[in-house]
Design a protein around this ligand. Structure first.
Ligand SMILES: [Zn+2]
Length: 270
């Protein structure tokens, strides 16, 4: 499975653990930047195939399934590891924060602070390739913040933090491709059909993504365009969704943020 961002970079998923994807961004010389290598073994296999060389690592947040491979991968390589500030993640050599720009493979990755799932959570927005002869869609590597059809659990942040982060991601250009870190799409959309039962776009997408999974095809990347139409966590303004949340959570809702908060709780219990 290969997704081209432009003529010079391609983005491939390296499956890890049960449902993680480690994203590999690669130029035509086989130089690779990884996002969230939770496990070194599948990455080494990927690199050995076609003699690729690892150039750098980007980390979105501190959870072990996103960081567990750093030490092993850096053992015999002198490469930069970018990630959240705070010294709490072993192996990070270049701490980054909101609005920093990381230039790798001749492309620019803009750092977005998107707290909620964890307090340290970052996303990387890939916009321009070095040889920008071809204008193509930007890509967002967003870890466990926005998922296709869903969002990450609130382990550390508040509902308000997460909702703000999701709205920020939702405001990116609609053609932006979403490279999140887990294959949760089908289960998320199953929940979405309950949260917004009269949304035809959800129903159609659910059927489409189910078919992909039956053939073991990744459902990612998604796009902001699809998420805005089918992801209930980006649709807290929807009157019909509010009605379902009110019913299931026995709560009167006074704002989109409250809708988000109780929708997240409902999914946690589902
Ligand atoms: Zn996580």
């Amino acid at each position: 499975m290969i997704n081209h961002t432009d003529s010079s970079l391609r983005i491939s998923p390296i499956p890890a653990f049960r449902d993680n994807y480690i994203w590999a961004i690669e130029n035509s010389d086989g130089e690779v930047v990884l996002v969230d290598p939770g496990d070194a073994a599948p990455v080494e296999n990927f690199l050995a195939d076609s003699n690729r060389s690892l150039q750098a690592i980007l980390i979105t947040h501190h959870h072990a399934d996103h960081t567990g491979g750093i030490t092993q991968l850096c053992k015999d390589r002198k490469i930069p590891v970018y990630g959240p500030v705070g010294n709490h993640i072993k192996g990070i050599t270049h701490p980054v924060k909101e609005a920093d720009i990381v230039t790798l493979l001749g492309a620019q990755f803009e750092v977005l602070a998107v707290p909620g799932h964890t307090l340290d959570h970052l996303a990387y927005f890939l916009t321009i390739a070095a040889d920008h002869h071809v204008t193509t869609a930007p890509a967002l590597f967003c870890g466990d913040t926005l998922f296709a059809g869903g969002c990450g659990r609130l382990f550390e942040g508040t509902a308000e933090m997460m909702y703000t982060s999701l709205l920020r991601i939702g405001a990116l250009p609609e053609q932006t491709r979403i490279y999140c870190a887990h294959e949760y799409t089908v289960s998320n959309l199953g929940f979405a059909t309950k949260a917004e039962p009269d949304n035809k776009a959800v129903e159609l997408r659910y059927a489409l993504e189910l078919r992909k999974r039956e053939q073991a095809i990744p459902t990612l990347p998604s796009t902001i365009f699809d998420e805005l139409r089918t992801n209930p966590f980006l649709r807290c303004h929807s009157v019909s969704l509010k009605k379902q949340v009110t019913m299931h959570m026995a709560q009167e809702l006074h704002s989109d943020l409250e809708t988000f908060m109780y929708l997240r709780r409902w999914k946690d219990q589902a």
